[in-house]
Design a protein around this ligand. Structure first.
Ligand SMILES: *Cc1c(COP(=O)(O)O)cnc(C)c1O
Length: 362
């Protein structure tokens, strides 16, 4: 461990790649010869234009986006997308299909209901405490769109592949697995991700939207809640969070140039997942909470034999430099978030710690 840094398994805000933090540190007082920090330059300057345009270009290259797709940065987090999506893309007389796979999907559904728009919950895994991803779903062929949550940060489940939808566009909340693997982008009308899980610090949501979706945007909604406001002004209708977008640009550069793209990123993430899930599978002390075909490669959720041991595990973790192993307050238990920035080495160290804890307490 460098510079007294801990192993960080926080769910969000979460670990950032060390080279990114070092680059931020090194360029902080003088960004690209400007003599100013990124928090002091104008968002209308050439310096910032270069940053946001490079972030967009890298996103397009990494995800193989063609010219139909626009990359946007919108404040308000993923949570604001929950309301913007039906506001922009769900016209009167149409219904949208939602798949409920946990807390975040439930919140997305609630925002449609608040707007008194027509919604069909096409599938839900609530019957089994959201421990699995529903399969063989019958979607409404006339739906305006199908909304899913590709990775369920709290419940530790993830869509391993995306459903066939007969050309109904999928809209996906990818807050906790954006840029963790390559995507077949043709299925998607829009994807979005609060930055603070896998692609940067808190403060902005990355939104990728297919241009034909924009034809649905009504005139009579507030400017700041309209996707076209952002597409027309390169995400700079008002002042964007410059620092956050800069950090995202550096994370994307790290994925592209240091890791070698999303294919490589996926391999690394699979390796990490294998390390920790095989420990869970071979242990009678730790129990994974997600069904085996639905397990997340980003958030590994598990229980110990009782809450007393879980408390001790979390505390001894902290004492040994393993931060963020507490499960979400709504579900309890333990969770290791192993996003892109978490190295194979960090996961191996965690696995060793878990084995040691089991030997002492099992
Ligand atoms: C964290 C999270 C959110 C909420 O993100 P905010 O940016 O805080 O609004 C939404 N969806 C998923 C899947 C998340 O993990």
């Amino acid at each position: 461990m460098k510079e007294n840094r801990v192993y960080n398994f926080n769910a969000g805000p979460a670990a950032l790649p060390l080279p990114v933090l070092e680059e931020i540190k090194n360029s902080f007082l003088n960004l690209n010869g400007s003599g100013m920090s990124v928090t002091e330059i104008s968002h209308r300057s050439k310096w910032f234009d270069d940053i946001i345009n490079d972030a967009v270009a890298r996103t397009k290259r990494l995800l193989n986006l063609d010219d139909r797709f626009r990359v946007l940065f919108i404040q308000g987090g993923a949570s604001m997308q929950f309301c913007m999506i039906p506001m922009n893309f769900l016209p009167k007389g149409k219904s949208a299909d939602y798949v409920n796979t946990g807390t975040w999907s439930t919140k997305a559904i609630k925002e449609v209901e608040i707007q008194q728009k027509q919604i069909n919950v096409a599938a839900s895994s609530e019957d089994e405490n959201f421990s699995y991803i529903p399969q063989d779903i019958q979607f409404n062929p006339d739906a305006a769109y199908i909304h899913i949550t590709s990775n369920n940060t709290i419940k530790g489940t993830q869509w391993a592949s995306f459903p066939e939808t007969n050309d109904v566009p999928i809209i996906s909340d990818m807050s906790s697995d954006m840029m963790s693997r390559p995507l077949d982008i043709d299925k998607f009308g829009l994807i979005y991700a609060g930055a603070q899980k896998n692609i940067g610090p808190a403060g902005v949501c990355m939104v990728i939207v297919r241009e034909d979706m924009l034809e649905l945007v009504p005139d009579n909604i507030p400017s700041m809640l309209k996707y076209t406001t952002y597409t027309e002004k390169n995400s700079m209708y008002n002042t964007p969070p410059c620092f956050v977008i800069y950090a995202i640009q550096l994370v994307l550069k790290w994925i592209e140039e240091t890791i070698g793209g999303l294919g490589k990123m996926k391999q690394i993430n699979e390796q990490k997942g294998k390390n920790i899930y095989s420990l869970l599978d071979n242990s009678s002390f730790y129990t994974g909470t997600a069904a085996s075909g639905s397990r997340s490669l980003m958030n590994v959720t598990f229980r110990l034999p009782n809450e007393e041991l879980e408390k001790r595990f979390i505390q001894e973790g902290i004492d040994n430099g393993f931060m963020g192993l507490k499960g979400h307050r709504s579900v309890g238990g333990c969770r290791a978030s192993i996003y892109n920035a978490t190295s194979i080495e960090a996961v191996e160290a965690l696995v060793d710690f878990m084995k040691m804890f089991e030997r002492k307490n099992g």
